[in-house]
Every structure is written in C-alpha cells, then in structure tokens.
Design a protein around this ligand. Structure first.
Ligand code: ACO
Length: 330
C-alpha cells in the first residue's frame, strides 16, 4: 500500500472583535434579515488594527503544531494560502516562518482565493507522497476586512478575518487506510472578472487614482458567481465521490467553503446529504476565503464531529475562478 498524506494536527484562530449584522445596518443600507436570509451570516470576526495576516496564521499554526506534537523546526515546507498578504513581498509564509521559528522550512504563498487551502493540500500531498518533504504545514489566513469596501453593501456583509492550519505528514505502515485519498483542483481564468481586486498590482499600481476609485477593494458580480458556484460544486462533489468509489452515505462530514448557506444547501441536496452531516460555521465566522476550510476543519475536529477513520469531503470555490475538492480519511 503506497503511503498517504495524513492530517496530524489542526488549528485555527479568530480575532476577538465580533462585527454583527446589526452594526452593519448602521454602516451601509442593509438589514440583519436580508443578510441572514440571503447568506446565512449573523456575525463575523475582525482583526485588531495592530494584527497582520501572519499574526493570525501564527496563532493557528501554533495550535496545529501542538495538536501534531511537532516543534516548528520539524516543518520542511510551509505553505500559506492568502489573498490578503501582510505585504506584496515577501511571501506571508516567510514572515510566518520567522515568527514561528520554522527554520528548516521552504516557505511560500499560493494565491487561489477561497480554494487556496485545497490547492495547498494538493501541493503538500505531492510533496509528501513523492518523498520530497516529510512534514508540511498548510495554512489559510486572511484579513479580508482590509481589502473590503465598507461602502459596498454587496460585499462588505460577506467577508471576514481568520486563520486555520493543518500539519501534514506521511502515514506510517499501520496508518495507510487514513489520509488524503484524492485532491482535485481546477480553474477557469476566463471568468476572472466575476471576483477580483483591480488595484495594487502592475495593471493599476497603488496611486491616488486607485484610492479615489476604490480599486484596492474586492469587486464581485455576486449573482453570476453564485450561479457558477452552485453548478460547479454540485458536479465536483458527485465526481469526487464517484472517483473514490464512494457514496454520500459513506461520508461522516461535508466541510464546504463557507461563502453562502444557499450554495452549501444546494450542494448537500445534490448529494442527498442531510444538513446535520454538513459543517456550518459561516453564521458566526462569515467568508474568510483561504482560511474558511481549515477553520471549519479544525472546529469540526475539536468539537468531536470527526474521528480517526471517518471520511470527510472538503470543497471550495472562489476567485480565479478556482475550485477544488479533497476526500480525506481522518
Ligand atoms: N443588503 C440589502 N440588499 C442587498 C445587499 C445587502 N447587503 N446586497 C445586495 N442587495 C440587493 C441588491 O442590490 C439587489 O437589489 P435589486 O434587486 O434592487 O437590484 C438585491 O439585493 C438582490 O441582489 P443579488 O445580488 O441578486 O442577491 P443574491 O441573492 O445573489 O445574493 C450574494 C447576493 C449574497 C452576494 C450572493 O450572490 C452570493 O453569495 N454570491 C456568491 C459569493 C461567492 O460564493 N463568492 C465566491 C467565494 S469568495 C472569494 O473567492 C474571495
């Protein structure tokens, strides 16, 4: 039996400050009822002014390392999925590496928005199964509140801050039934303009115009994104189970990207999966993009909703457009 990539420990961190729907009512023309009904979100967390993305990543990483029983020097590759890095250069993973003391690691970021953690899992899985790296830490960390337009009601009610991490290692001879069974990632760059941040890159470098036109913030065609997300995710989860010779009944838990309760319900319905087998935290956490899945995974593990031997399906969809799934035996 070839070795698999096993999740040795998970961690997550949410900033203290809670931002409720009621507070948003005083900031933009919206209502608690609209937000709850159309998205499922009740409140979300906001980073403190002094916090940067690598700080959130650090807190989540420390928890994951503790759960895995690793020291920071055990990590040989450190991958951070983020679209809200501390700075354009260097990678947030390198800044995290320094804070964590992960001196032996090769550290780099990946940019795949909400699918970033699944992309990171596939890279880590390749590293580990090929024997290139023994111990990989994959982190999703975002401070989306800093790239959100607080005057745009169509996006500011959705996005939030947080971080999640997973420590990954090769399975041992007696553990080969556990670990990542498959990871599938895809993208369609033709649909890039459904969800993007126009300013701050080479196309529109930071300037007075960028600030005046609010180009440094997320732009989203929500309705079109919603429709592509539902269609794509329904196909993706069915294909993932089929490719693994499994049925929905074999799953202990579905852990979807936490973007919108209606997207999640549509995916669960397509699988014939009851909602008690679906991990939901977006009511309290909102959409934390790359951090969404690792936070949900960690909360599920710590709440005892999954145990060793359980099959779990992770799935995500986001800017790029990108999407992906992973079938993991915990
Ligand atoms: N409060 C009140 N009304 C609002 C708000 C708000 N916050 N936002 C929009 N509306 C209004 C609109 O202006 C529109 O009004 P109109 O009919 O008078 O024009 C009406 O509500 C309906 O707007 P829609 O955009 O059609 O609303 P929809 O039901 O599609 O919900 C939402 C919008 C929540 C954004 C949804 O489309 C969605 O979740 N999209 C997908 C988001 C997603 O999954 N993104 C990918 C991951 S994120 C990432 O990668 C970073």
């Amino acid at each position: 039996m070839p070795r698999r990539t096993l999740i040795a420990g998970t961690g997550s961190y949410l900033p203290e400050r809670v931002l409720t729907n009621r507070e948003l009512e005083s900031m933009v023309d919206t209502s608690d009822e609209w937000i709850q009904e159309r998205t499922g979100i009740r409140e979300r967390r906001m980073a403190a002014p002094h916090e940067v993305t690598s700080d959130l990543a650090l807190a989540a990483s420390r928890q994951a390392l503790e759960a895995a029983g690793w020291g920071p020097e055990d990590i040989t590759a450190l991958i951070v999925a983020t679209i809200s890095p501390d700075m354009p250069m260097p990678a947030t993973a390198c800044l995290l590496q320094a804070k964590l003391g992960a001196t032996r690691a090769a550290a780099f970021d990946i940019s795949a928005a909400c699918s970033g953690f699944i992309y990171g899992l596939q890279i880590a899985d390749g590293f580990i199964r090929s024997g290139i790296h023994e111990r990989v830490l994959v982190v999703g960390a975002e401070i989306l509140s800093r790239v959100t337009d607080w005057q745009d009601r169509t996006t500011c009610v959705l996005f939030a801050d947080g971080a999640g991490a997973a420590a990954l290692r090769a399975s041992g001879p007696e553990e080969n039934e556990r670990g990542i069974r498959s990871v599938s990632i895809r993208s369609d760059g033709n649909l890039w303009d459904l969800l993007y941040i126009p300013g701050g890159g080479t196309q529109a470098p930071q300037s007075e115009r960028v600030v005046a036109e609010r180009l440094q913030f997320i732009k989203m065609k929500g309705n079109e994104t919603f429709r592509v997300a539902v269609r794509t995710l329904e196909m993706l989860v069915v294909e993932t189970l089929r490719d693994n010779g499994m049925e929905a009944a074999d799953l202990a838990l579905l852990i979807p990207h936490q973007a919108n309760i209606r997207i999640i319900q549509a995916t669960a319905e397509r699988l014939g999966l009851s909602m008690d087998k679906v991990m939901i935290n977006l009511d309290l956490v909102g959409n934390t993009s790359g951090a969404s899945i690792p936070i949900a995974l960690d909360q599920a593990v710590r709440a005892g909703r999954v145990a060793p031997g359980d099959h779990v399906l992770l799935e995500a969809f986001g800017a790029g457009l990108t999407w992906g799934s992973a079938l993991v035996t915990i």
